[in-house]
Design a protein around this ligand. Structure first.
Ligand code: NAP
Length: 293
């Protein structure tokens, strides 16, 4: 069994991005700039945005954290987004989700100009991804493809099962794994809460990507020998055995599945670090497009 080290790969990719940033700075004086909007005081959202800001510093990007009170109206927020759309210094804009109930996430996503939508959530960018056109790929699925690439895991002609069909993970993942491309070309089955006999499907899979948000859902008996297992889930559970007082679990029962897997991602240190790196890659791409257009 080979443990897929997302922490190591993400550090490598960050170094590569940092080198490119240095080059761009020398040639153009331009520094890639990511802006992150955060509405309200949700603790998890603040942690996620802080991690993104830290990653920006690590790769040499400029970052702006733009905070709004949770009572901001939808119209006011959309106007703020439109201002950022017009700001030539900003290359990428993300709005941390979830948003307060009175604000439509769909409207917010559709207001971000597709050129700066480095989360890859805008319908135009989603459409381009489905059509196989160059675009910003959603961060978590793109990070998973990067891991498959860096570990040279053969995907062509393989049976790939994706569990979960969210717009941010499962659905785009299924598109990327089935597209006619290197590190695609799989025969994909997309499972969700209405899927029957899921273990029969997973047992046939060469590659299983698990993103349903159910702690340790995938057990040893659901997996065939030699399968590649990618665990997207993150569950924080109180623990008196760790220094931090928390232990992280995934959607995969690691102890049962790892002995049967050929490759597996751990939680933490697998998919998680790659998600932020993909966001950095998209922001770099946007900055380069702005410079070399
Ligand atoms: P989500 O929006 O809650 O979607 C969950 C999906 O799983 C839905 O499509 C749902 O089906 C399906 N599902 C639920 N129960 C199921 C079951 N018993 N059998 C099969 N499918 C089932 O979740 P998400 O945002 O994609 O996130 C999934 C997990 O990944 C969470 O643990 C989240 O914390 C984690 N995550 C991690 C990262 C990272 O960077 N590592 C990034 C994003 C998310 P229906 O559509 O039928 O309801």
């Amino acid at each position: 069994m080979i443990l897929i080290d997302g922490k190591k790969i993400s550090a490598e990719v960050k170094q590569e991005i940092a080198a490119e940033v240095e080059q761009i700075k020398k040639e153009n004086g331009k520094i890639p700039h990511l802006a992150a909007i955060i509405v309200g005081a949700d603790g998890a959202s603040q942690t996620y945005v802080a991690a993104k800001v830290k990653a920006c510093e690590q790769v040499g990007f400029k970052s702006s954290e733009i905070k709004f009170d949770e009572n901001i109206t939808e119209e006011e927020l959309l106007n703020e987004i439109k201002k950022i759309n017009q700001n030539d210094d900003i290359d990428g804009l993300i709005v941390q989700l979830p948003l307060p109930k009175h604000i439509s996430e769909d409207k917010v996503i559709e207001t971000i100009t597709p050129e700066k939508d480095v989360d890859g959530f805008h319908p135009i960018n989603v459409g381009k991804m489905v059509a196989g056109l160059p675009t910003y790929l959603p961060a978590t699925p793109a990070g998973i493809v990067e891991l498959l690439k860096r570990y040279k895991i053969e995907t062509s002609g393989k049976n790939c099962v994706v569990i979960g069909r969210s717009n941010i993970v499962g659905t785009p993942m299924s598109v990327l794994m089935s597209r006619k491309a290197e590190y695609g070309d799989c025969t994909v089955t997309l499972c969700h809460s209405r899927t029957k006999n899921i273990e029969k499907i997973t047992k046939e899979a060469d590659i299983i990507i698990v993103a349903l948000g159910w702690k340790e859902f995938l057990t040893g008996e659901m997996v065939k020998e030699g399968a590649v297992v990618i665990d997207v889930g993150i569950h924080r559970v109180k623990s008196d055995k760790t220094k931090s007082g928390w232990k992280l679990y995934g959607d995969v029962n690691f102890d049962e599945v790892a002995p049967k897997a050929s490759y597996i991602t751990p939680v933490p240190g697998g998919v998680g670090p790659m998600t932020i790196v993909s966001l950095m890659q998209n922001t770099l791409l946007s900055a380069k497009k702005a410079i070399y257009k």
